[in-house]
Design a protein around this ligand. Structure first.
Ligand code: GTR
Length: 372
């Protein structure tokens, strides 16, 4: 289906963007600004001054000694007092005698929105949402942080979580103030701040992954923070990977009504007015270029709309081409469970329902192999 979307490689003042340099210096910053202002809201703080990392004693006995688990508390103080704490659970592949000294592993950082628990526990060992044993067996470390530690997923007028810690208290909330998705994305960057310091992690090879609302979060985190070498959106749908104009399933007015806290106040202007948005979601995907990008869908997930997720990835290709990488623009929509893996972009649609499963992980890990 043909859809008319804003032009990726034409700047707001009408100039053609025909080189990687123009993209990086002009178009990318202006698109980031448009998404921050009109969609996700602006983060008022980056890395808080005085943020600390406190690691627990590693637990070496995971999966018959194949992995070492560490838990880290990322702690910070709010702008007007108050304390924040994000718990990060990290598994690192291990040999029989523990972590190999001096070896640095690529890693998958998962954003959890209530499927797991911020508390490190045995559930992680058996969850198909986060199949740690499978990931570690492929030679990757894997870390997880949870929404509940950053900003609880409820509309409380932005009082709890990091909104309460960092939002201005002396003036009314701005129409481009950060919503919950932007707050979660901020948390992923703080997790990256830690991973950069861990001697077992290769900070140049960290992938960020999330499912559904977590997929929207992973995409916005990956767009903002170029330290992420790979970004994976699993079934992120509306205001995630999927093109908004002409989308089936969930639309902007629905997401803004059911989840009024997820995005900026400005985004509500586009309820039933997708055509007035200065951006569409292929531009969000393009902000990941030239880094690795993986989008996945599930056949029964009509709410997310697989066709609009795939179209978005195809329409992001021109940004990759500026860096000399082909995408999937010429590939027809794939068969179920037949992943398409180009040089820097990948896609699959799996049989079944809305979920992140071991099958998704299998395809994602196969894409990451040799690339990440
Ligand atoms: C739905 C929401 C979707 C998606 C999903 C999820 O209710 O409408 O946009 O984010 O939740 O996170 O599971």
């Amino acid at each position: 289906m043909e859809r008319s979307v804003p032009r990726l490689l034409v700047s707001q003042n009408g100039h053609e963007i025909d080189s990687a340099r123009l993209w990086a210096e002009q178009r990318r910053p202006e698109l980031l600004d448009l998404f921050a202002e009109q969609v996700y809201g602006r983060q008022p703080v980056q890395r808080p001054e005085g943020m600390t990392f406190t690691a627990s004693l590693p637990d070496a006995a995971c999966f018959d000694g194949k992995a070492v688990r560490k838990t880290i508390a990322i702690a910070f103080t709010g702008e007007h007092g108050g304390e924040g704490r994000i718990r990060l659970t990290l598994y690192v592949p291990a040999e029989a005698d523990g972590i190999q000294q001096g070896r640095r592993y690529p890693a998958f950082l998962l954003f959890d929105h209530g499927r797991l628990s911020a508390e490190a526990n045995e559930l992680h060992a058996t969850s198909s949402f986060w199949p740690v044993e499978q990931i570690v067996a492929c030679g990757y470390a894997t870390a997880m942080i949870a929404a509940e530690d950053i900003d609880p997923d409820e509309h409380d007028g932005f009082r709890n979580g990091v909104h309460g810690l960092f939002d201005a208290i002396d003036r009314p909330r701005a129409s481009d103030a950060w919503g919950t998705i932007a707050a979660w994305a901020w948390g992923l960057s703080r997790a990256m701040d830690y991973l950069e310091t861990d001697p077992a992690i290769d900070p140049a090879r960290v992938a960020v992954i999330g499912h559904s609302r977590g997929g929207k979060t992973a995409l916005w985190a990956g767009a903002l923070d170029e330290r992420f070498a790979m970004v994976v959106s699993n079934e992120s749908g509306c205001t995630g990977a999927a093109i908004s104009r002409g989308k089936a399933g969930e639309r902007i007015h629905q997401i803004n009504t059911v989840f009024p806290h997820w995005f900026s106040e400005n985004y509500k202007r586009y309820n039933n007015r997708e055509d007035e948005l200065p951006v569409d979601q292929h531009m969000l995907l393009a902000l990941i270029a030239p880094r690795l990008l993986y989008v996945s869908s599930a056949a029964e997930d009509e709410w997310a709309d697989p066709a609009s997720e795939y179209l978005s990835l195809q329409l992001a290709e021109p940004a990759y081409r500026l860096y000399g990488a082909d995408g999937l623009a010429s590939e027809p929509f794939p068969q179920l469970d037949s992943p398409l893996h180009a040089a820097r972009c990948g896609y699959h649609i799996r049989a079944g329902r809305h979920d992140l499963t071991e099958v998704d992980w299998t395809y994602v890990l196969a894409f990451a192999k040799q690339r990440l």
